[in-house]
Design a binder for this molecule. Sequence first.
Ligand SMILES: C[S@@+](CC[C@H](N)C(=O)[O-])C[C@H]1O[C@@H](n2cnc3c(N)ncnc32)[C@H](O)[C@@H]1O
Length: 220
Amino acid sequence: MPRKWTEDEAAGWLTSDAATEMLDLPRRIAASIVATEGGAATVADIASGPGTFLKIFLDMFPESTGIWHDASETMRVTAQTALAQYGPRISWVFGDMYNISASGLPTGLDVVMTSRATHHLTSGELATFYAEVCQLVRPKGWIINLDHAYLGDRWDATFRSARKIVLPKRESGDADSGHRHERPAPSIADHTDALAKAGITTVQTAWQAYYTFLLLARKP
Ligand SMILES: C[S@@+](CC[C@H](N)C(=O)[O-])C[C@H]1O[C@@H](n2cnc3c(N)ncnc32)[C@H](O)[C@@H]1O
């Protein structure tokens, strides 16, 4: 069932995010790989929250403009403070990641990224998500996803428990959440399958720690 976070969930998540430091490296890896293949002038961050991923791209590409996209007013207020230094380089778009085509986002973008948002989606929703994102990206543009995956019965519980030893900050709930999870996250294979359905087969996992992965995909 499509859903958005409540403002209470957004506020609670902001005060208890245990993974920001760990995710700085994969976010920089993503920007460095785009830089190595010619850079980016226009980027959008879907379900951007406080805008941390967007900030790394705006810093890596000083001439670029960015689009912050999210459904939460709490997140918008937080991101506008965190990203104040970028002024008019950022456009602010309120939208639903379950219906991206209705968000009014521009097409022809060099990069559309997202982080820690698609693990709520069913495989059908994931296919729709990538198909809609694909429409926003120019030919040869990038789709980048940093998210949590289900690792299968053999490893999933072990990796989630192990991560809590290294990132123990949360007082309750899943180490990466603070919000409800209605089903196991999609696997990395679910992501590559959904991208393939959108016609994108140039896909690489650039980083993984425990059950969190960075996927870079390039539109034909
Ligand atoms: C776990 S946070 C991740 C924030 C940010 N991408 C990061 O990694 O730091 C998930 C984000 O998804 C946003 N969100 C939840 N449901 C959404 C929806 N249906 N459409 C757009 N954004 C949504 C929340 O407001 C929140 O900012």
